[in-house]
Design a binder for this molecule. Sequence first.
Ligand code: ADP
Ligand code: ASP
Ligand code: MG
Length: 411
Amino acid sequence: MLVVQKYGGTSVRDIERIRNVAKKAIAYKERGMDVIVVVSAMSGETDKLLNLAHDIAKFPDERELDVLISTGEQVTSALLAITLKEMGHDAISLLANQVRIISDAAFGSARIAEIEEEKIFSELKTGKIIVVPGFQGVDESGNITTLGRGGSDTTAVALAAALKADFCEIYTDVDGVYTTDPNICEKARKLDRISYDEMLEMASLGAKVLQIRSVELAQKYNVSLLVKSSLVEGKGTLVCKEDMVMMEKVVISGVTYNKNEAKITVSRVPDKPGIASKIFSALADANIIVDMIVQNVSRENYNDITFTVVKADARKALKITQEIADGIGAVEVALDEDIAKVSIVGLGMRSHSGIASKMFTILANEGINIKLISTSEIKISCVIESKYGELAVRALHKHFGLDAEEIKEET
Ligand code: ADP
Ligand code: ASP
Ligand code: MG
């Protein structure tokens, strides 16, 4: 049996926690399993490294930035391998270029293209516990790349998929996936199971417990993914196929919120073909990902186009949009960074009507104004003023019947 375990930043934040990780890996090994451990950088380390580079340059060279920020994971890999050996178990750390975790060359947000199996399997055969630094890859030319923030989750799932592991465990600082961020809403309730589709929506709408790409890969390759706490024992949450998720009475499985986006509005755009294409092609050419897009109904042959981008791209997007707007004769371009996106997610939405109106009523009853709305088959998102973000999460959580006590009362 082969298991891949991944430990996040707080789970390896000091030597004592690294010893705890070593003990957990050894426990599996002693039960006869082959074990691969993927580790993150110690908590805060990646930010520290990023800040150092930004102290030197506003836009540090992207290749060098990846060389820098990938080191955090290397430190923990070596420390864990040393700890395992000190505890009497053979172990070896293998960096991305040693395993050969091959990615594209998109520094800072690279995607894994292929993982070579030979080296890992030959080391596993000798009985070693394998330690792999998360978050890093190597491109075809041998450059170090990184997989985007939270990317160690993706390293773990990609390894589990490529090596056909029996399961993949993600150890973190909460004991599973909750109906909403347990650090924001004390009434959040742990889910025993969640479908890949719901988890994918939750991750892309702001639940950072798993990186989006890791869920995509888990779904594509049918990896059994378990989210658990590295500090307290428990069954955690299984992320799995829809038919394995017991349909509960609740229609909504989760509420998320994201303060990481900004909204740009282009006012009084001439209503003629090709305008949206101009704006969004220019943004795409600059590698800016646009999330929500709303165009209002035309008045007197003019309309307004509003869209959201991640805050980190907001200034760049504003500049590009302003240039296009000047060229097409739009009246004004405005940036609003003071927004939050709250969303509800649930498979039950497919078969229940009135969910959107209920969401809008709950927000209205709290006096919260909705600025933008977007929907998919299993989610509804509203952009609101950022100061109401947490209030909105708590209200939606309560009125959709997700609060921990209410569930207990029902059962
Ligand atoms: P790690 O460093 O282990 O990768 P992260 O900080 O990336 O951990 O992810 C864990 C955090 O995700 C939790 O501390 C929690 O605040 C946050 N989180 C957000 N939404 C959820 C959710 N629905 N369920 C569980 N955790 C969530
Ligand atoms: N250390 C990286 C980050 O902080 C990757 C990870 O922890 O998953 O984003
Ligand atoms: Mg994480």
